[in-house]
Design a protein around this ligand. Structure first.
Ligand SMILES: [Zn+2]
Length: 300
């Protein structure tokens, strides 16, 4: 842990007594937000961030603020920016859906077996994207993505993934002396399988990438039309606080905004047609990928 301070990778915000949101700093190697929950005598961490070093800072913060060991690490979905820090939690039971586990093993395996040449090419491609950005904001965004990605590849030799070992399909309740929490699988929306963490008594939802705040949510799998039904169910939980996968803390409005985003996405086909607040959201590249995905569904 030498040289790493809490605050290098994320800012920690207490959203309920003993419940914390770790909001990632762009380009730090954190890659995505995470959560820390004091279960009473043990801690649960939701998502592991993008690099072993960010994961280590997250574990240290969790131990510090809860005064206990991290007993459980939940991975919301298979994306690198949420799972590659898991190896910093060697003593925790890693939990994910069976689908997330299967896809994660395949994807992480291909990173591990990639050649130095391939990784160099990927990084150079990402650097070119930064240079080709046509606005200062997009350049900053892509530079942040590049820095996160470079931080991951720089730690390639030290990667020793901690894969899930407790798998669930629909839901899982975890009880501690102080509170019980629920993991809910939402189906294939952002990825092949996405799960959220719900703290009923605290009214806190850790949404993973199902809900983002001031960031375009990425749809890569499944049918975007089904996203709205899931968001309606989430809205019925009536969370007081939404900790998104990316972006600052949100409330109930974040759910409605995400619903509006998907309702309007098919019509937002050009930069000019992007309406507010989506016009000002980060991850503009994700919006373009979303449109391509919608088009590919129409062609099927
Ligand atoms: Zn993410």
């Amino acid at each position: 842990m030498a040289g790493l301070r809490d605050g290098d990778f994320f800012t920690l915000q207490e959203v309920a007594l003993g419940v914390f949101a770790a909001i990632a700093k762009r380009g730090s190697g954190a890659g995505s937000n995470a959560g820390i929950v004091d279960l009473g005598g043990a801690a649960l961490v939701f998502d592991a961030m993008m690099t072993p070093s960010a994961g280590a800072a997250l574990r240290a913060a969790a131990e510090e603020v809860t005064g206990g060991r991290v007993r459980y690490l939940v991975l919301s979905h298979r994306d690198y920016d949420h799972v590659m820090g898991a190896q910093a939690f060697p003593d925790a039971v890693v939990i994910a859906t069976g689908t997330t586990d299967a896809v994660m093993r395949r994807r992480v395996g291909s990173v591990l077996s990639s050649s130095e040449e391939e990784r160099k090419e990927l990084l150079e491609g990402s650097a070119r994207q930064v240079e080709e950005a046509q606005s200062a904001e997009l350049r900053r965004e892509r530079a942040g993505f590049y820095a996160d990605f470079a931080a991951l590849l720089a730690q390639h030799a030290a990667l020793a993934p901690h894969y899930p070992e407790l798998l669930f399909e629909r839901s899982l309740t975890i009880a501690g002396a102080r509170r019980r929490v629920e993991l809910l699988a939402a189906g294939a929306l952002h990825t092949e399988s996405d799960a959220v963490l719900w703290l009923r008594e605290d009214g806190v939802l850790f949404s993973g990438d199902l809900i983002q705040v001031q960031n375009h949510p990425a749809v890569r799998c499944g049918r975007p039309g089904e996203w709205d039904g899931v968001l309606q169910q989430v809205a019925q939980l009536a969370p007081r606080v939404v900790v998104p996968g990316h972006g600052p803390l949100g409330g109930p409005a974040a759910i409605e905004e995400t619903r509006r985003y998907f309702a309007q996405l098919p019509a937002m086909t050009t930069e000019e047609l992007l309406v507010e607040p989506f016009q000002s959201w980060a991850a503009r590249d994700v919006w373009r990928q979303n449109l391509h995905y919608l088009q590919s569904l129409q062609q099927d």
